[in-house]
Structure formats: C-alpha cells, structure tokens
Design a protein around this ligand. Structure first.
Ligand code: LLP
Length: 428
C-alpha cells in the first residue's frame, strides 16, 4: 500500500481507497459529504498505545470529545479502553456504549449540578476537579445522594506545549486546572471533605503536541507534587497525564509515537509507583478518518481559482477556527495540477478548506478527500445554514457500514415543529 499520505487510504490504479473499498463507490452509493473511518487504522493505534504502555500499569482513557460516535466508542470499549469525558452528554453516551464507570474520568471547568449528580450516581473512577468551588459542590452533591465521589485535582503545571494557542491548556493564564502553588492547599481541603475520596492527580497541557519534551516537564512537576503530598500524609492511587499527542496533518509531519510518550513518562511515574492514566483522543482516531466531498462548481475570480465543494465549515470547523491545515487528495488522480482555494458553500469568508493549494485539476462532480479528519471533525460539526450533518461510515477491510445516517431536513426542524404545534396547534 505504501508511498501514499496514509497507509489506510491507499491509491489503487490512481483511485483512492479506504482499506479495500473504493471511496468513489461509497460516494456513489450513499452521496456526499460523509466522514469515513478505517477500523483497522483505529485498531492499529490502539495496539500501538497498548504495546507502548504494557510495561507499566496503565489505563488508556479515550477522549470522547474527539469523536463520540457510538460505533467508534464500541471499538474502544471492546479493546479494554476507558474514556475521558467532559459533559453529561458524553457520560450518557459512554454509559450507553457500555463502558465500565470504573474506567471513566470526567474533566471540565464548568460541570453543572445535574451533570455532577449523574456522574456521582454512576460511581465513576474520578472527577478531575478544576477549582475549589467545584470540590465543595461535588462534596455537597455526593452527600445529598448518600454517596462518596472519587476525585483528583487537575493541576496546571505551567508548561508550554508549543501548539496552537486555542488548544494550549497548561499555561498559568489559561482557565484550566489549579495552579501548582495552590494544589497542596486544594488537597488539604479535599481530604477533609466527608463525601470525597481523594484518588489521584491530573494534568493535561494541550493538544496536537509534536514533541514529547513538554510532557516530560509536566510529569516531572506533577511527580514532585505527588512526593510533597506523600510527605504530608496524602496518598494517591493514580496519576493522569491527559492527552494531546499530535498527528500527521501535513505530508512531512513526523508526530511522536505513543512509544515515545511512554518512554518519556514511564521512568518518571515509576518513581512514585502510582497507576498511570493517559487520555488520548486525536492520536487514536484523527488519522483514521477523512471527509469525502464532491465538487459542485469551479469559479475563476481575478487571479484566484476556486473549487467549491459540498462540505462546509459546518462539517469541518478546524480550518476556520484554528487556520488548520488538512491535506486534500483527489479521489481519482488526474495528474494535472492547479493552484486553487478549496471552499465550502457557506456564507462566510472563513468557510475554506485550503488556500492557494496545489491540487489535481478537479472538475465538477469529482470527489475529494480531506485527510486526518477523524478527530474534532464530525464532533464539532453543526447545522449552520440548516445543513444536515454528514453521514459517517466505518470501513473494515472490504466492507463498509453507515454508522450515522445523513441527517434529514425533517430531523433538523423537528424540535421547532413541536414548538409550533404547542403554540399554534397546527403545522402546514
Ligand atoms: N484530556 C483533556 C482534559 C482534554 O481537554 C483533551 C482535549 C484531551 C484529553 C484529548 O486531547 P487530544 O489527545 O485529542 O489532543 N478542537 C481542537 C482540539 C481541542 C482539544 C481539547 N481537549 C482541534 O480541533 O484541534
């Protein structure tokens, strides 16, 4: 298969496949746009993570926010992973997908009372607590339910992950976690709470991290804190180092492998002997997915050549929000190149996939693949411009399965129809 952007998206005779299925065939059968995920690419990443951490007691908790489709969650559950969640909705999905609550960790700076109560009732492995006020509220809610809640403090190690500012979370000025100086005090408060079990420590420094040295720095600081806690009699069970490992977006990107992460952190964590938790999202699913779209129109304006496609920023928000680069491949190679802006149909200048990109000379009706879109693609999509969200497809060898149908117009307006029926009693 080699010599292409992605091993799991090979070209056979100039036609792009996902594993052993032609993407053109899927597009003709189900229409565009759709997200396609390679099951074997996901399994391969899971195995890389498992192998990398096998020498040390580790729980891998998949970050649900990166792609929360139930069929995708099922793959992670079947392979023994836990999940990292950030909302009541993700808890609901996780439990529906059959995850053991003892493998669920819950982070986020703004958990509501209802979300907290649901997670306390479910008896999750750990709340990753981000403020003193949250500690108080969890204690009260657990007390009122006659339960004890397991908590870790999310510390902010003040480390620069050298990534996009919107996805850096471990710097002092960010809203996340509790500063190192205040962490001991937070633990002292936590252990006095009647309805809390203090079980761990958590940090997450950012996302799309392309070098493991910031992890080393963050884990060193965290381990040092664990030693200080031990000295004052506070014993923990686990250390959770968050997610964030980068993936390949550009053809020459060389992201660190799970093995590099493991080698950087295991020797440090070994010193304190606590169980290790990691929370990867993007690195498990990102490269396994692509967004397949069709060219609607071509347009030349001044010096610019525009390729207008049937996906928009509502389907993939990353270029608009982070100015993110996604590699784009023609589904059928023509060999002839042009320089073009590849844009969506939405009424916003930010609705672009690529600017001044050299690409095959695509024509009306041709298909293209926006690569590395498995993470934060569908999960950040919306109905902006009343566009139905894309279908999702899982490929396994030479078979494919629609794991989420394309939304219909009726589905989108249904809650409003219900409201109309209530107010006026009739709908056309
Ligand atoms: N753990 C916590 C506490 C997190 O906040 C995140 C991601 C993860 C784990 C997983 O990080 P990952 O391994 O996926 O990098 N929408 C952005 C990414 C936002 C990441 C937010 N937190 C993007 O499209 O790049």
């Amino acid at each position: 298969m080699g010599n292409s952007f992605s091993y799991y998206f090979p070209y056979f005779e100039n036609e792009l496949y996902c594993e052993k299925i032609s993407l053109k065939k899927i597009a003709e059968e189900i229409g565009t746009p759709f997200y396609v995920y390679s099951k074997n690419a996901i399994l391969n990443k899971i195995n890389q993570y498992k192998k990398a951490f096998q020498s040390y007691p580790t729980l891998i908790c998949y970050a649900v926010k990166s792609n929360s489709n139930l069929s995708i969650l099922e793959i992670f559950r079947e392979n023994g992973l836990g999940i990292d969640i950030v909302s009541g909705g993700e808890l609901y999905r996780g439990l529906k997908a059959g995850f053991d609550p003892k493998k669920i960790v819950y982070a986020g700076v703004g958990k509501t009372d209802r979300e907290l109560a649901d997670a306390v009732k479910a008896d999750i492995l750990s709340f990753n607590v981000e403020s003193l006020m949250e500690l108080d509220v969890i204690d009260q809610i657990a007390g009122s339910l006659g339960k004890k809640a397991n908590i870790s403090i999310r510390i902010n190690p003040d480390v620069d992950p050298k990534t996009h500012p919107y996805i850096s979370t471990g710097l002092r000025e960010s809203k996340f976690g509790i500063d190192m100086e205040d962490a001991i005090k937070a633990y002292e408060i936590a252990i006095k709470k009647k309805n809390l079990n203090v079980v761990g420590i958590h940090c997450h420094i950012g996302s799309q991290i392309m070098d493991v040295s910031p992890y080393r720095e963050a884990v060193e600081k965290t381990v040092e804190l664990v030693f200080r806690l031990k000295k004052i009699g506070i014993e923990l069970k686990h250390i959770d180092i968050g997610g964030g490992l980068g993936i390949k977006y550009r053809p020459d990107d060389r992201p660190p492998e799970p093995e590099d992460l493991a080698q950087a952190v295991i020797p440090l964590v070994k010193e304190i002997g606590l169980k290790l938790l990691v929370e990867p999202g993007r690195s498990l699913i990102g490269e396994a997915g692509a967004l397949i779209s069709q060219v609607i129109f071509l347009k030349d304006k001044g010096k610019k050549h525009f390729i207008i496609i049937d996906s928009g920023m509502n389907d993939l928000l990353r270029p608009a929000v982070y100015n993110a680069y996604h590699h784009i491949l023609p589904v059928i190679k023509s060999g002839k190149k042009v320089v073009a802006d590849i844009v969506g149909p939405i009424c916003e200048t930010g609705d672009f996939f690529a600017v001044d990109r050299e690409i095959d000379d695509l024509q009306r009706g041709d298909y293209l693949a926006v690569m590395s879109a498995g993470a934060y693609g569908f999960s950040m999509s919306s109905n902006y411009n009343t566009r139905p969200r894309a279908a999702e497809v899982l490929v396994d060898g030479n078979e494919y399965f629609v794991i989420r149908e394309r939304e219909s117009y009726d589905y989108i307006i249904e809650p409003e129809i219900k409201a109309l029926q209530k107010t006026s009693g009739e709908v056309k």
